[in-house]
Design a protein around this ligand. Structure first.
Ligand SMILES: Cc1ncc(COP(=O)(O)O)c(C=O)c1O
Length: 385
């Protein structure tokens, strides 16, 4: 995240022990402390080598297809009648979402460190497919844990993971969704952390905005589950205060119900999976069951960078419902010929409202984090198409 000014003082973030202000940190079991230090040191060394940078650059270009283009959604803009809407096409990346950006680096690091197996959880299956893909490419074993609800809902991604040769563990505990998958994979990781590599990770990529004769967009809109795609695109504009940065959370069946995952909007400061962040939790501090139509967004915590950015007022978080998401999913499909992931459709839904609010003459850049192949059957059944 680089430098940030908090209460008049400039800080390098994250701090050496992984804090973003009061958020983040590493609440680690003692047996992991040394192993995590080793991973950090190997990473720092590896990214400074020319060989690694050359390999990563060439894979980004020829394997993933980066940089992803920015597309002016002309027909959508005309239909909405407000600010112009542009789409950052992460959906065009190989494997169909932003997740491959960090999975490739993580798989390379794991191989470089001589690890024997890479493990991860997945919600919508996009992270799972991306990691299984990277592991197939690099030649390392891969194991993915996924909640039973998501296994049933995201069948195309489950099939892809199997074809790619990864071991898929269906998690049947708790709400059988993303949070339970994280708990389950962490237990597996602890069985042999010396040889295993847990690829939860965050994304690091830059959005290059070279349209509009260099004039910056007025707002960036990205959906937020754990927060990695929003973090990626926000990073490119953090130092441009005139650009509004907006994260869109799932309001599910409504913020007045308990069926949502609006962590930033309704959460409190707490701790989950070893880090401090905003949380949806009960009075004893236990994570609440969360829900969204988009499996990749139903997580009761959020990345610590977002918590700090919210507190210092640099970012804003809003929530849209399942119904608004479905409407945006259908609208983008039929007006632009782009079927978005249900996660990304949350961002599209909010952008269309914002476009009317801020009006013509302004521009909005939406991070279209993924494509909707995985969701097509689910939506078609639900809407009886
Ligand atoms: C396409 C897509 N967008 C967004 C997300 C949410 O994750 P994050 O907020 O970490 O980007 C997911 C998670 O599975 C996803 O598949």
């Amino acid at each position: 995240m680089g430098l940030a000014t908090i209460e008049g003082q400039t800080h390098e973030l994250p701090s050496k022990d992984g804090y973003f202000g009061e958020y983040g940190g590493q609440q680690l079991p003692p047996q992991l402390v040394e192993i995590m230090n080793e991973i950090s040191e190997s990473y720092e060394k590896l990214i400074r080598t020319d060989a690694f940078q050359i390999e990563l650059d060439s894979l980004n270009k020829d394997f993933i297809g980066r940089p992803s283009p920015i597309f002016y959604a002309r027909r959508l803009t005309e239909k909405i009648g407000g600010a112009r809407i542009f789409l950052k096409r992460e959906d065009l990346n190989h494997t169909g979402a932003h997740k491959i950006n960090h999975c490739l680096g993580e798989a390379l690091l794991a191989k470089h460190m001589g690890k024997t197996k890479v493990l991860a959880e997945t919600g919508a299956g996009q992270h799972g497919v991306a990691l299984a893909t990277a592991c197939a490419l690099i030649g390392i074993e891969c194991e993915i844990h996924m909640g039973q609800v998501d296994v049933e809902k995201e069948a195309p991604n489950v099939t892809k993971m199997r074809i790619l040769g990864c071991k898929l563990i269906t998690v049947t505990r708790g709400t059988r969704t993303l949070k339970d998958a994280v708990d389950s994979v962490f237990e597996e990781y602890l069985k042999d952390p010396v040889n295993y590599f847990y690829a939860i990770g965050s994304v690091i990529f830059k959005a290059s905005w070279d349209l509009e004769g260099g004039a910056l967009p007025d707002a960036i809109v990205a959906c937020g589950g754990g927060g990695c795609n929003a973090r990626g695109i926000f990073t490119a504009f953090l130092e441009d205060p005139e650009v509004q940065l907006i994260g869109v959370e799932p309001a599910g069946r409504g913020l007045e119900t308990s069926d949502h995952a609006a962590t930033m909007t309704l959460g409190v400061k707490g701790s989950i999976h070893g880090m401090n962040c905003y949380n949806l939790q009960d009075e004893t501090g236990e994570p609440l069951p969360v829900y969204s139509i988009a499996s990749g967004l139903d997580y009761p915590g959020v990345g610590p960078q977002h918590c700090l950015l919210k507190d210092i007022g640099r970012t804003k978080y809003v929530a849209v419902t399942d119904q608004e998401c479905l409407d945006a999913f259908m609208q983008l499909s039929r007006v632009e010929g782009i079927i978005p992931a249900l996660e990304s459709a949350h961002a599209v839904a909010y952008a269309t409202k914002l476009a009317v609010e801020i009006g013509p003459g302004k521009t909005i850049l939406v991070n279209l984090s993924g494509r909707g192949d995985k969701d097509a059957d689910f939506v078609a059944n639900r809407l009886q198409l």
